[in-house]
Design a binder for this molecule. Structure first.
Ligand code: SAH
Ligand code: SF4
Ligand code: F3S
Length: 436
């Protein structure tokens, strides 16, 4: 084993990829790699990729092209592709870009050390299996040492929902929950190394079934960990929001008042064509119940415009749902045709129709977000300070509601939760001052 090799990882896509990149760095740490923040002096470059929309997937090939010069200058440089593009395209990646040495799907990261051995001999390595063994169990333990005050923790992977537009069930496989004792141990270790807020991750995190009482049961178990102050989870599916989880939003003090609950469309016709398995009204009623449990909840969502067959009326139904629900924050996308998904077979909408709708939808969501931000001015929130701001003496943290917030604060407040009076609101962040 040669020591002191440098590993550069670039991460695309969702938070689960962020978590996975960290775990891959640990696994390869066992092979003598330490992480570097530039590709220029790297011995291995790993792209942890996302396949969710065409643009995200295509970006990988232009990114790979940029490494040509580096590979020419250093023939020993190894280039790997991990994540959802690796899973979806497999061998095609090496065919299209022969300088790629290694392709590894999201369920095979524990096999990276052996794959590294193989590519060091000049061979190519490809692994896009869905092995039976739990990759998290065989992955090396997360390293001890001081960490940032917030961390992600994957508790569930994969998706059985098969929305008609989505690649995730194919790239991440079937829903699997990690046993709760492992999750709880990992959470304890994170807290021992300075973490105070944990975001539980899953493609359908509220389908978690590794603990009695599902995700709510797990949250209550984590609630008992001293030193863990905040719990969040993402992403949820409306159909998996069960009564105990809704109730926990009102009764579990550590569970933060922020919920990302995608609906995608407000038209029943489109929801059905998307295979979402609920109506717009069911979603609106669900939101009412969650808000009854936790009235100050900040709600976030995801929307797709221009799904095949979407009429002006269907789109107007989505706008109406947004007006009814009123989001604090949201993500919205033009429908992107994904190979292998059922919706890809259907006639697509013209690009200009999609663009126009997306613009109108984003304007509405933005006005709601600005109103929500403005409504925070004059209130006092609890901020977990995460890092230094750009200006001297300034720290950045997150409110309970996940607002980014800037405040003048001493450096020793990093990692602390402090009361902050909100003095100003911008569209994407708040500014405030410490309450003595
Ligand atoms: N599991 C989560 C979302 C995973 S993907 C859920 O069910 O909500 C994140 C978001 O990307 C989705 O919510 C959807 O809004 C968007 N998305 C997924 N596939 C897409 C596609 N083919 N085109 C455009 N947006 C898509
Ligand atoms: Fe994709 Fe639907 Fe599964 Fe979310 S629930 S990951 S959108 S298939
Ligand atoms: Fe992208 Fe895969 Fe996440 S497709 S959104 S990286 S699960």
């Amino acid at each position: 084993m040669s020591a002191d090799k440098k590993l550069f990882i670039k991460t695309y896509g969702c938070q689960m990829n962020v978590y996975d990149s960290e775990r891959m760095a640990e696994v390869l740490g066992g092979k003598g790699y330490t992480q570097t923040d530039t590709p220029d002096d790297a011995d291995m470059i790993l792209l942890n990729t996302c396949h969710i929309r065409e643009k995200a997937a295509e970006k990988i090939y232009s990114e790979l092209g940029r490494f040509k010069g580096l590979k020419a200058a250093n023939p020993d440089l190894k280039i790997g592709v991990a994540g959802c593009v690796a899973q979806a395209e497999g061998e095609e990646i090496i065919k299209r870009q022969p300088m790629v040495d290694l392709v590894v799907g999201p369920q095979s990261y524990h096999r990276l050390p052996a794959m590294d051995d193989a590519i060091q001999t000049g061979a190519k390595a490809l692994d896009i299996d869905f092995p039976e063994d739990d990759k998290f169990e065989t992955l090396k333990k997360r390293k001890k040492g001081k960490r940032a005050p917030t961390a992600f923790l994957t508790v569930q992977e994969g998706c059985d929902k098969f929305c008609a537009f989505c690649v995730v069930p194919y790239t991440r496989g079937a829903e699997v929950s990690r046993p709760s004792d492992r999750v709880i141990n990992e959470a304890r270790e994170l807290v021992e190394s300075g973490v105070r807020e944990i975001t539980l991750l899953g493609q359908n995190v509220n389908a978690y079934n590794g603990h009695e009482g599902g995700l709510a049961g797990l949250i209550w178990a984590l609630d008992k960990i001293d030193g863990l102050d905040r719990i969040r989870f993402t992403t949820s599916h409306p159909n998996d929001m069960d009564d105990v989880l809704i109730e926990a939003h009102g009764t579990c003090d550590k569970l933060m008042p922020y919920l990302h609950l995608p609906v995608q469309s407000g038209s029943d016709r489109i929801l059905q064509a998307m295979n979402r398995k609920h109506t717009a009204e069911e979603y609106v009623r669900l939101i009412e119940r969650i808000r009854d449990a936790r009235p100050d909840l900040l709600l976030s969502g995801d929307f797709i415009v221009g799904f095949p067959g979407e009429t002006d009326q269907d789109f107007e139904d989505t706008m109406e749902l947004i007006r009814t629900v009123n989001y604090g924050q949201a993500y919205s996308f033009k429908y992107s045709t994904r190979p292998g998904t059922p919706a890809a077979e259907k006639p697509q909408l013209p690009e200009d129709v999609m663009s126009e709708r997306l613009q109108a939808l984003q304007a509405l969501l933005k006005s709601q977000q600005i109103a929500a931000q403005d409504s925070m001015v004059g209130r006092t929130v609890k901020v977990l300070f995460e890092k230094k701001g750009r200006e001297d003496g300034q720290l950045i943290g997150k409110s309970e509601y996940l607002h980014a917030i800037y405040a003048d604060a001493p450096e020793d407040a990093l990692g602390d939760i402090r009361d902050v009076y909100v003095a100003e609101a911008g569209p994407n962040s708040l500014a405030g001052r410490l309450v003595a």
